[in-house]
Design a protein around this ligand. Sequence first.
Ligand code: AMP
Ligand code: ZN
Length: 432
Amino acid sequence: MYYDAAEGLSRLEIERLQLKRLKTTLKQAAKSPFYAQRFKECSVDPEAVTSLDDVKRLPFTTKQDLRDSYPDKLLALPQSEMVRMHVSSGTTGTPTVIYHTKNDLDWWASLMARCMHMVGLRKDDVFQNMSGYGLFTGGLGIHCGAEKLGCLTIPAGAGNSHRQIKLLMDFKVTGIHIIPSYALYLSTVFAEMGVDPRTLPLRVALVGAEPYTEETRRRLEALYDMKCYNSYGLSEMNGPGVAFECREQHGMHVWEDAYLPEIVDPATGEPVPDGELGELVMTSLGREGMPIIRYRTRDMTRFLPGTCPCGREHRRLDRLQGRCDDMMIVKGCNIFPMQIERILMAMPEVGQNYLIMLERDGFIDNLRVKVEIRDEYFVEDMRQLAALQKRIVARLRDEILVTPKVELVERNSLPKSEGKATRVIDNREKGA
Ligand code: AMP
Ligand code: ZN
């Protein structure tokens, strides 16, 4: 039933294994110039860690630490032992580089294969990976998992939508990996080509790499007639394969044999009570090339309480709300882009794309939302369009407590991206 033994461990077994691996990881980390110095500064004695709770006394590692260690101060083994590197996406300035040994890559591929196996993919499936290859981990990370599982794996890469659709049809693809914003866009290309994606043999999609809402998932499942499973990961912790939804589609099991997750208050770094929203902090529990201790992911989520009906005892993370730095403050209200997406994607008139713009008008911040409208609702009748616009404004205001300016736009008139979508453009600094 399970892909490997670790998937089916009990809580007690998981925690025993975590403690053992935490100790090994600390010793391994201490071999890197970065942690050797950090442990000395903070008087951390890896030998003094005797319980999982002791992790709270260890120092955090931040994105800035990773930047400052560029290119190789976090390596715990000589560079000759490393066989691949990746770079975190979306970083400006000095990138953060993650190195992997052969063993690290093997383990990562197994974790990824475990995720795919959990949602019913098997060796006779044909799997198309539609995310960018290269430095981004969504390419090779998912690819190696699919190969390990034994699927015929198509490294389609990002973009080139007509070719994507042709591959899906010609090779009778049953499983895909796709970024949610691109999956929404691709459905409009299907429509232009006169092909109904629901007629394809596609049944399972791994959907992740950027935040999206339950409403978007439902929309994608209906558009393609496939099951969409949320896939979470970050380059600093390998990439995809960190946490993944089971068939219950209620929270993502974080593979606790490989990671030690914590949720902390992003302002104080203190643990939040179980089940409350906070910032995810992660420790790698087996990486030999570049272990990372208590990494501040900036991603906001919570542990779901209780056990999952599927029987797996690895804890579940709630759908990511976005990153703490995504929060917008407009007229004194805190707004996450996903609150806006939730409202828009639940409205049948709304098409597959939207864009949030922040502008400053004198001393006042304005929130403008450009919303694509489905062709059949983009009618000549101005009264109907005006009524729709008012309805969207009212629903958004109820959710975010600020009255946005809503602009209705035609299909494919907003910038589209093949990788992670830019959902917010902040023009406030430039003034108006
Ligand atoms: P990268 O730097 O390319 O490794 O991107 C990792 C980041 O992508 C994470 O820290 C999250 O902010 C985001 N991300 C990845 N998967 C998801 C997901 N399923 N839901 C929300 N955000 C995600
Ligand atoms: Zn489950």
